[in-house]
Design a protein around this ligand. Structure first.
Ligand code: ADP
Length: 192
């Protein structure tokens, strides 16, 4: 079973992906995590993407498609959860080609539906909590970058909702519920 978790920043994609990894032995492919790793490891690519990510803009399709391609080569376990990828129509087309070339299919694109006020609150709250606990705060968890991340989402990523709807693969869940309620909604989709 291979799924995409779709939704704006702060919608809870990473949290839900974490549950699926634990309970269904799925593999989480988060391009955000991969890029942050590259950034902190100081590779050439990491250096190239650092400023773009900190501003809240999307990095190039070429880079993220390359990252995903590499990770698809290993063990498939319970299937892949694409978290934060695809984020553009070109990435969506590339993913569909990659899966087809492996003889795999996409089972669902699950949209976590939330509203912007909640998102901003969640992200600002996440940064506050980290700061209080003395943990590192993401460089893009500030209001200015957040505005850009939201705008990038609406301009470039939200068209994917129509794209997957037209393919018959879109499933919406209410992302505003409690974590467990969202989790249960996702489980119902996967167990159908
Ligand atoms: P968010 O919390 O905004 O969902 P992510 O951790 O998924 O954040 O991504 C953080 C940043 O990494 C994005 O703002 C963008 O700069 C970059 N990024 C992650 N995934 C992609 C992608 N699929 N395409 C382009 N850029 C990406």
């Amino acid at each position: 079973m291979n799924i995409i978790l779709l939704g704006p920043p702060g919608a809870g994609k990473g949290t839900q992906a974490g549950f699926l990894v634990k309970e269904r032995d799925m593999i989480q492919l988060s391009t955000g995590d991969m890029l942050r790793e590259a950034k902190s490891s100081g590779t050439e690519m990491g250096k190239r993407v650092a400023a773009i990510m900190d501003r809240g803009e999307l990095v190039t399709d070429e880079i993220v498609i390359g990252l995903i391609r590499e990770r698809l080569e290993g063990d498939k376990k319970g299937g892949f959860i694409f978290d934060g990828f695809p984020r553009t129509l070109a990435q969506a087309d590339a993913l569909s080609e990659l899966l087809a070339s492996m003889g795999e299919t996409l089972d669902a694109a699950i949209e976590l539906q939330v509203n912007d006020e909640v998102l901003v609150g969640r992200i600002v709250g996440r940064a506050e909590e980290a700061r209080k606990a003395g943990l590192p705060v993401r460089a893009d968890d500030n209001e200015e970058s957040l505005k850009i991340r939201l705008m990038e989402y609406y301009k470039k990523t939200s068209p994917l909702i129509g794209y997957y709807y037209a393919k018959g693969q879109l499933r919406g869940v209410d992302g505003l519920g409690q974590m467990d309620a969202v989790k249960a909604d996702i489980a119902r989709i996967l167990d159908k």
